[in-house]
Design a protein around this ligand. Structure first.
Ligand code: ADP
Length: 607
């Protein structure tokens, strides 16, 4: 609970207002209870009231609540004497309407003030989560499902929102209403109250038992739903492959197995939830019947007036709703706390790759990049992905990484911008370990063109300007031209302002690649990390992409994961990797003469 309170801090003023309104609301609600009594008395037996007033006025030692009752009774008796029965009734009714108007006005006002608080807190948490997702190292996500992440940022945060409201209401409203009604009941008949409390405890235990099993099942349902979300996302992302492999049936079956499990859990959950309301209504009416029987006997015995008894029932009725609310609030608060825990697990996850205490600024790359005896092992992996990598990339040269899939090419490329940190050894840039530099500065020196063109659901312009917002229109056009992209962009319906769809789905593969090349050209970084696309393009498109790449590579220092011979031939050094080790190195010519692995790779590709 205290943890949740932290999130309220920025909304103190609104929160105080909401609580204040809740207090006022409870006050009006409680006030309505004693007003009912004289109303009923006027209705049942108007003379009795005035007689009683005259009688009790004679006693002078009345004190405390009795005195208040007397005053009230006296006040109403006075009304009757002054205005006559009917008019007095009208006044009492008007008073009742007024108290209920006040109650509901403040109920609305408290929600009115609470609305910006709950939505604000939810926004704050979402912003924090997004910030954190952007900060966390890549290694965090390889282990966590995307669907799980999505469900944390949407469903769990929603869950927290519900408990935000519940906390305020259950702290500032329900207890006061309950206490007020209880006080009245004690005052009327402590004996009846004890009886009522016994009944409530009994029904509470039964309903509480159901609540507990509900909680367990709903947790299970939540995690099943998360898994379904992950499956849907996987399907949407992999549609091409699923269709291509005629695996629709297979995927459908996986999905239907998972949904069947969800349905089973959910059906059980629904049945139990649906039981709660009929059961509580039945228990309620049973309790009321017992109470009616018990109370009516007292009325018959002349120990209590009928009006008092009905008022007592009304007070009891006033407790039921808040008591229910309180129990469902405690349920939703606990659920919310569970959700908050899941959210905070992300928020508090350690960011292993970050700026150290003392960081060096770096504005430019002047000399060389060195991998010094670098080894790397992925978390939880048994084998190291890289072992003893020695590599020098002087400024202005291009080093190509080749090797079978899984040899460690991408891993080397990921170490340079510190997507992962080396396990052993060091990577130096201009004579200093890259971990000494400000992360932001280090990455500013690099441009990354990845294998699958990463594009965002936005306009062509924004996709190219991404990370170079300050670029001028001329620079944008120049970059697009140099990437052989200008022409096709102009032919799009709205030119540079055309939205390219989810992940650039409205563009061809070659067009997507040229867009990412234009993006890198616009950033104009001294160091380029290029993961060549493996997917085959038609020869026309291939030529355009190749030409764009050559422009991009010109005068730059580049680390290239090469899949095409044409790129490799231009490399100053070719590094041949196998199972995380460098097995051969040299130029294309020297390797063709003396290398074994390289020649084999080339021959395979030539087939
Ligand atoms: P390449 O790019 O040459 O195909 P990678 O650098 O992607 O090879 O992979 C090198 C090795 O590291 C492979 O054995 C691969 O299974 C493993 N690997 C890659 N990424 C991860 C990861 N996130 N977690 C654990 N192991 C990984």
């Amino acid at each position: 609970m205290l943890r949740l309170l932290r999130y309220y801090a920025p909304y103190k003023k609104l929160l105080v207002l909401a609580i204040l309104c809740n207090l006022l609301m409870s006050l009006f609600m409680i006030v309505s209870i004693p007003v009912l009594q004289p109303f009923l008395r006027i209705l049942f037996n108007p003379n009795e009231l005035s007689e009683e007033v005259t009688r009790s006025n004679a006693l002078t030692d009345a004190s405390g609540i009795r005195a208040i009752e007397q005053k009230l009774n006296g006040f109403f008796a006075g009304l009757i004497q002054q205005y006559g029965q009917e008019k007095a009734l009208l006044i009492v009714c008007a008073f009742l309407v007024l108290t209920f108007f006040g109650k509901n006005l403040f109920r609305y006002l408290s929600l009115y003030f609470l609305a910006p608080v709950r939505n604000g807190i939810v926004r704050d948490i979402r912003l924090k989560l997004m910030r954190k997702i952007l900060d966390l190292p890549l290694s965090y996500f390889s282990e966590k499902r995307k669907g799980d992440m999505m469900s944390r940022i949407t469903a769990d945060v929603q869950e927290v929102e519900f408990s935000i409201v519940s906390v305020v209401e259950s702290v500032a409203r329900e207890p006061i209403v309950i206490a007020g009604s209880l006080a009245f009941m004690i005052f009327v008949s402590p004996q009846l109250l004890v009886f009522v409390l016994g009944l409530m405890l009994f029904s509470g235990l039964i309903i509480g038992g159901i609540g507990r099993s509900l909680r367990r099942q709903s947790g299970e349902a939540q995690s099943r739903l998360g898994y379904i979300g992950a499956l849907i996302e996987e399907t949407l992302g992999g549609l091409r492959i699923i269709k291509g492999f005629n695996a629709e049936q297979w995927q459908q079956e996986r999905f239907s197995r998972e949904t069947a499990r969800y349905v089973r859990t959910l059906t059980g959950l629904n049945r139990r939830k649906d039981l709660a309301s009929p059961l509580s209504e039945f228990l309620g009416i049973a309790a009321v019947s017992v109470l009616l029987w018990f109370g009516a006997r007292q009325v018959f015995a002349g120990e209590m007036s009928a009006a008092t008894f009905i008022t007592f029932l009304y007070a009891f009725y006033n407790i039921i709703e808040p008591a229910k609310q309180l129990s469902s609030a405690s349920y939703s608060i606990r659920k919310g706390m569970g959700a908050l825990e899941r959210v905070e697990a992300v928020l508090h996850a350690p960011v292993s790759i970050r700026d150290g205490e003392q960081t060096l600024e770096i504005r430019d790359f002047t000399d060389k990049i060195e991998f010094r005896n670098v080894s790397f092992r992925y978390q939880n992996a048994e084998q190291p992905a890289l072992e003893n990598i020695q590599l020098v990339i002087p400024k202005g040269t291009m080093v190509a990484l080749v090797g079978a899939s899984g040899a460690g090419k991408s891993t080397i490329a990921d170490l340079l911008p510190r997507f992962y940190d080396v396990t052993e050894g060091q990577i130096w840039l201009d004579g200093k370990d890259i971990r000494q530099f400000r992360l932001h500065d280090l990455r500013a020196l690099m441009g990354i063109v990845s294998q699958d063109a990463i594009l965002f659901n936005d306009t062509v312009r924004n996709n190219i300007m991404f990370s170079s917002e300050t670029a001028s229109e001329e620079e944008l056009l120049a970059a697009a031209r140099a990437a052989n992209a200008h022409e096709f962009i102009q032919n799009l319906p709205e030119g540079y302002d055309t939205n390219i769809g989810d992940r650039g789905s409205k563009l061809s593969g070659g067009q997507r690649q040229r867009l990412t090349i234009a993006r890198a050209l616009l950033k104009n970084p001294p160091i380029l990390i290029l993961d060549e696309a493996t997917s085959a393009l038609d020869s026309e498109s291939e030529k355009l992409v190749q030409a764009a790449l050559e422009t991009l590579l010109k005068n730059r220092t580049a680390l290239v994961i090469a899949h095409r011979l044409s790129t490799v031939q231009h490399a100053d050094e070719i590094i041949v990797l196998d199972q995380g080790r460098i097995v051969e190195r040299g130029t294309h010519e020297s390797l063709m003469q003396s290398g074994k692995v390289y020649r084999k790779l080339v021959e395979l590709q030539a087939l």
